[in-house]
Design a binder for this molecule. Structure first.
Ligand code: COA
Length: 475
């Protein structure tokens, strides 16, 4: 009997709590109705004046070289506060690589680290570890692309970070995912080769080729940014962070997926849109290099334009898109090809692509690539000039959209950088110059971590923020 009483009381409390929570649900539902699914009411501020998309997000940026910096630069452009941690005295190795201006940060560095703040910390110094732990507590995401195991050797294991700040997301680029090569260091071209791009790029008669677009580094950095966004969204529900891993091999393969598609198609017959089919060259066991054949079902090729003898970029990419075959025939002066059964259907044309493109080229060689572009586009024929980097740097439309931006730097002067290629209508890109090494060390210690001036002086005296003194050479 004596035991029953508290049970009753417990029951009563539970009932009351249930009533309360029911009231809460009703209240929530009502507010959802009022606010549209519980989200804040739509801002009344004009578009572009309601802050940046990632405002309030703080990133502990442990990245270097290209893959990781690509990711964090993009997040910084979108408004995140990116704190780049660099080794005292040296910094990101790219600051000094491919230097064009003596004693100034290279373009390699400046074009990948815009809109960030730089703090120098020796992560292997006890005081440095203390500062890093404080940063871990205040940041939302740690991004790194060290060689496998390097972060652990600094004492920053997932277990340690998660214990210090359970909400923190730890995002990493590595060369390979778990498997035989997981411990290997990887650079761009290694990833292009391991991810299936190099074996499928180039001409059939030549060796495998790497591409100029940095699909291994910048491509994987973009994948990582997407992973971070997804993890942040999930954190809204779960309240906890998670690990995000992007392997460069996986990133390249994701971009080269059409070639894995073709590998499987090979089991069912030749790849009829590859020019080697029309040339009667048999296919082997693996997807061959396809030169400039277009990847899709609409055959394309690069054709010469006026001036090709002296200008290496006087070319046009031309696509014989089936729906505009009629206009193509009219424009190039072959109107009979519209009805001739040898040319009239895409299937009939496949074995003759080489000859068809030779005829198109005869025509495009009479005009420059821009005249050709204008003419064909009047007829909705898909094509594009081969633009040199000089032409891109000078292209005014890319400047006005903010895709190419000129910024001013205290030691190197004005330089061009690539702005945010992702345009958000309510979050204008924040493209600023890259920081000097340790430029914001004091500012971050004071404003982000709340250290007093005396404490900052103490930290500096400890040697945690400066390069270790050079060892005297033995006499
Ligand atoms: N304070 C003290 N030490 C620091 C430091 C800091 N602030 N920042 C870095 N270091 C140390 C690291 O702890 C590491 O030391 P350890 O190996 O003795 O433990 C060392 O600097 C070098 O780091 P690591 O990443 O091994 O650089 P690396 O120059 O030897 O290799 C890569 C460069 C790019 C090959 C390698 O980082 C890698 O494979 N990264 C993953 C894949 C990748 O992103 N590749 C593309 C790069 S564009």
């Amino acid at each position: 009997m004596a035991k029953r009483k508290p049970k009753k009381a417990k029951k009563g409390r539970a009932k009351a709590a249930a009533k309360k929570s029911a009231r809460k649900v009703v209240k929530l539902a009502a507010s959802k109705k009022a606010n549209g699914n519980g989200l804040p009411r739509p801002s009344s501020k004009p578009y572009g004046q309601a802050g940046r998309a990632l405002e309030g997000l703080r990133i502990l940026d442990f990245t270097h070289v290209q893959s990781g910096p690509t990711c964090t630069q993009l997040l910084a452009y979108m408004g995140a506060d990116v704190l780049k941690v660099e080794r005292p005295g040296a910094g990101d190795i790219t600051r000094g690589q491919l230097r064009d201006v003596p004693n100034a940060d290279s373009l390699y560095f400046t074009m990948l680290n815009g809109s960030k703040r730089s703090i120098t910390i020796d992560s292997k110094h006890p005081k440095g570890t203390e500062i890093l732990n404080r940063l871990i507590k205040t940041c939302d995401v740690l991004v790194e692309n060290f060689a496998p195991g390097a972060l652990d050797r600094m004492g920053l294991t997932w277990e340690h970070i998660h214990k210090t700040n359970p909400r923190m997301i730890v995002a990493s680029v590595k060369g390979f995912g778990p498997g035989p090569y997981e411990d290997c260091k990887v650079y761009e071209n290694v990833a292009q080769c391991a991810g299936g791009s190099a074996s499928t790029t180039g001409f059939r008669e030549g060796p495998p080729l790497v591409t100029g677009a940095q699909i291994g580094d910048s491509g994987t950095g973009l994948h990582l940014a997407l992973g971070i966004m997804a993890a942040l969204y999930q954190r809204n529900r779960t309240g906890r962070g998670q690990k995000v891993l992007c392997a460069m091999q996986d990133g390249v393969l994701n971009l080269a997926r059409v070639k894995l598609r073709d590998q499987q198609r090979l089991a069912h017959g030749p790849l009829t849109e590859y020019s080697q089919y029309g040339e009667g060259v048999p296919f082997g066991q693996a997807v061959p290099r396809a030169g400039n054949d277009s990847g899709g079902g609409q055959p394309g090729w690069i054709v010469k334009c006026k001036g090709w003898e002296t200008d290496p970029d006087a070319y046009l990419y031309f696509i014989t898109q089936a729906p505009v075959w009629g206009p193509i025939c009219d424009v190039i002066g072959e109107p009979t090809w519209k009805t001739d059964p040898e040319y009239a259907t895409p299937k009939a044309r496949l074995p003759k692509l080489k000859q068809i493109f030779a005829r198109i080229e005869q025509f495009t060689m009479t005009m420059d690539k821009f005249e050709a572009m204008d003419l064909f586009n009047k007829h909705d024929i898909p094509c594009g000039p081969i633009l040199s980097m000089k032409e891109i740097a000078e292209e005014q439309s890319l400047r006005s959209t903010g895709t190419v931006v000129e910024v001013d730097h205290p030691t190197r002067g004005k330089y061009l950088t690539v702005g945010n290629p992702i345009k958000l209508s309510d979050s204008p890109a924040d493209v600023r110059r890259s920081p000097l090494l340790g430029e914001h060390t004091d500012e971050i210690l004071k404003d982000v971590l709340g250290f007093k001036a005396t404490e900052i002086a103490e930290i500096k005296n400890s040697g945690a923020l400066s390069a270790p003194p050079k060892k005297e050479k033995a006499a």
